[in-house]
Design a protein around this ligand. Structure first.
Ligand SMILES: NC(=O)c1ccc[n+]([C@@H]2O[C@H](COP(=O)([O-])OP(=O)(O)OC[C@H]3O[C@@H](n4cnc5c(N)ncnc54)[C@H](OP(=O)(O)O)[C@@H]3O)[C@@H](O)[C@H]2O)c1
Length: 337
């Protein structure tokens, strides 16, 4: 296959609303020795893309300035030092930016096979959220079978991944949602209970659902006033994982309660992690989660697709907060395969 020297990509022309996204001609990225070049079929849309577009989440040094942190597609070039991947392999990958494009180059360690039974569009919805949750909730917070996890944003990308990963690993998830439709979706993904934060006291209900013991782990993207509720809802020895602060980056916390309950509060952002860390997360997903993803009957996340020419509409849809699961941009290549 001849790789064109230029390609189409969606760029952020200046910080702002969805209208600042524009299709442009860009150089096709070179493929480094330890990288593969992927012809992008589909690219997932994630919260960090919106933050980057608004000018609040700059790419780390050396990363593509183009948005897009996850893709699926076909490998079209393999770097000289790459083993285990071949031209023509159908893959999904966590990329360091540049996913909203015809081609993206990525370290081979961040690539995973498309799970059996998944289309390229469906696979594009996995890497960013599954890497984030695997790193934070599983590898750092040590999720083990039998634990109960309180999952905020349960019907969104991160929350949905957290419910499914917890369920695969034998833990029990409680999903925090804002509507009956989102509650139904969270339960379909595996949550054993849901809490509607618009009508219920999240901490009191979490305690009730755990017979007063509290939850072992919390996956939080809300922050602000929710931080105190997470502490109240936690069991002794609990661990609260902070991966976003959608309702406020500052919080008033009872440090005494953190001490008394022997809690851990940790936070992380995925994009600036080293290639070695991302490869270690990929390896964990491959061994512990991929077999379940490929099993018959696994409930795939609900996906709303947009043609990549309409990336701005995809961002508007994400900001409307009405979607279930994930939003994915599809390219011409996806339509043809
Ligand atoms: N740390 C990391 O490495 C990392 C990685 C990926 C994503 N993130 C962050 O995680 C967050 C969630 O990403 P996502 O892809 O899961 O987004 P998403 O698909 O839009 O899901 C967010 C969910 O949270 C709920 N929510 C509650 N309060 C909200 C608020 N104030 N603003 C927006 N949504 C709110 C939404 O439903 P309701 O509004 O109906 O409640 C929605 O279901 C984003 O901020 C993203 O930047 C962090």
């Amino acid at each position: 296959m001849t790789i064109p020297t230029t390609m189409q990509a969606v760029a952020i022309t200046r910080p702002g609303g969805p209208e600042v996204l524009a299709r442009q001609d860009w150089q096709t990225p070179p493929c480094g020795d330890d990288e593969v070049l992927i012809r992008v079929a589909a690219a997932g849309v994630n919260g960090p893309d919106l933050a980057q577009r608004r000018g609040h989440y700059d790419p780390p040094p050396g990363a593509s300035p183009l948005p897009g942190l996850e893709v699926s597609g076909e490998i079209v070039v393999t770097g000289a030092a790459v083993s285990g991947w071949a031209i023509g392999d159908r893959v999904m990958a966590l990329v360091n930016g540049g996913g909203y494009a015809d081609y993206v180059a990525v370290a081979a360690g961040q690539v995973l096979p498309v799970p059996d039974g998944w289309t390229l569009t469906q696979a594009a919805a996995l890497p960013e959220t599954w890497f984030t949750v695997t790193q934070t909730l599983v590898m750092r917070a040590g999720l083990v079978p039998g634990m109960t996890v309180l999952v905020h944003g349960a019907a969104g990308g991160i929350g949905g991944a957290a419910i499914q990963i917890a369920t695969i690993l034998g833990a029990r998830a409680i999903g925090v949602i804002s509507s009956a439709a989102k509650a139904d979706y969270a339960r379909r993904l595996g949550a054993f209970a849901t809490i509607d934060y618009t009508t219920e006291d999240v901490a009191a209900r979490a305690l009730e659902l755990t017979d007063g013991r509290g939850v072992d782990r919390v996956l939080d993207i809300i922050g602000g006033d929710m931080a105190e509720k997470n502490i109240t809802a936690s069991a002794r020895g609990g661990h609260i994982v902070q991966v976003s602060t959608l309702d406020g980056a500052s919080a008033n916390l009872s440090l005494r309660a953190i001490m008394a309950k022997q809690l851990t509060l940790s936070g992380s952002t995925l994009r600036p992690q080293t290639p070695a860390t991302k490869a270690a997360i990929a390896a964990r997903i491959r061994t512990d989660l991929l077999p379940a993803l490929a099993s018959p009957g696994f409930v795939k996340p609900t996906i709303t697709t947009f043609d990549i020419d309409h990336a701005a509409d995809a961002h508007r849809a994400m900001e409307a907060r009405t979607h279930l699961g994930k939003i994915v941009l599809v390219t011409e290549y996806d339509v043809g395969h």
